[in-house]
Design a protein around this ligand. Sequence first.
Ligand code: NAD
Ligand code: WQD
Length: 366
Amino acid sequence: MVVGSVLVTGGTGYIGSFTALALLDADYKVVIVDNLYNSSKEVINRIELLSGKRPSFYELDITDQAALDKVFEEHPDIDNVIHFAALKAVGESAVIPLEYYRVNVYGSISLLTSMKKHNVGNIVFSSSATVYGDATRFPNMIPIPEHCPIGPNNTYGRTKSTVESLITDFISSERGNANKAGKSGEQWNGALLRYFNPAGAHPSGIMGENPLGVPNNLLPLLAQVAIGKREKLLVFGDDYKSKDGTAIRDYIHVLDLARGHLQALNYLREHQPGVKAWNLGSGRGSTVFDMIKAFSHAVGRDLPYQVAERRQGDVLDLTANPTLANKELNWKTELTLEDACTDLWKWTEHNPEGYNQEPPKEFLDA
Ligand code: NAD
Ligand code: WQD
């Protein structure tokens, strides 16, 4: 029995692909749209291998509203959207800000316009912990609760906080318009999910993060060191006020994160709350040195690193207070950092070319 239909933008990307899998496993119908800017179509095969179900796929750009309209017309049963499609590299966003605003903000306007036209009311949005900026500028805001004032300190983060406002204003106006027309407007709802640091891969070893080009994040870079694609990891600063001098982040297994989307969508459908923001994090902070140690343990040998200057824009501590999601979404992380490292290593070791190679046969037979 199909419980609902979900349009997943950016669904061939890292977090989108795991969420598509979680949705299919929960008996949602899934329609993916993605322009494959940072992903591969092969992911559709992997999702099918793991779930036994094949999502529909459309290669399109979310800024192309006519193309989005066509998808809604071909799938009139779509009643929810999970919106991942975006550009996400913090450093690059300072270099090509117009492109970041075009894809992330204008792309979201295009999507919301199409949703309005087709009367689709629930949207779950990929926001980011980066919207908080440096929460240590306030007393008692670490671990970070949702009521911490937002203040992104980079262009990418500002596109995310802008889209949070966009969705909030859009849903509020749709509810208002419905009320004026004597209707409830309860069908219009938004979940702003502020993820902390996603990590890990599928424990089967056939699905994982497959960034095209140079990765930006700590664990994918460490994985490249482990398979010899990179000589060493540069540790960006060891003079932070932490136990070992390196910066603290809240790493969350991508399977837990994907389940968070499912729970958030179910919450919107059951409670019609309007727009709400939730942190998706573990509540546990780990330093860069903790991560090097954990991933080295998974690999079974020490990985080379060198301490370098701080990276511009980095903050000391981004650890979530996930209490709200724990209570309201009935969601909490179940997998550990160690699980994320083990799964990432399995994926990396057996798929050095990511999705540009056949899935390892031993895992298919398992
Ligand atoms: P990803 O790059 O793997 O996935 C994004 C997908 O969007 C890609 O498949 C890409 O091809 C697609 N895309 C980009 N521009 C598009 C366009 N114009 N039209 C259609 N598709 C387009 O990234 P991810 O890590 O899976 O991130 C997913 C979402 O989560 C993004 O919105 C990102 O900003 C957000 N997020 C990511 C992290 C993280 O560390 N990975 C943390 C917080 C928030
Ligand atoms: C983690 C820690 C680095 C690389 C970014 C975005 C955030 C979200 C997740 C999208 C930091 C250190 C890293 C390296 C290092 N993405 N590091 N050497 O910066 O916490 O968050 O990705 O929304 O918005 O800002 O993640 O993985 O880049 O870094 O020492 O080669 O690892 O300084 O302390 P970050 P990250």
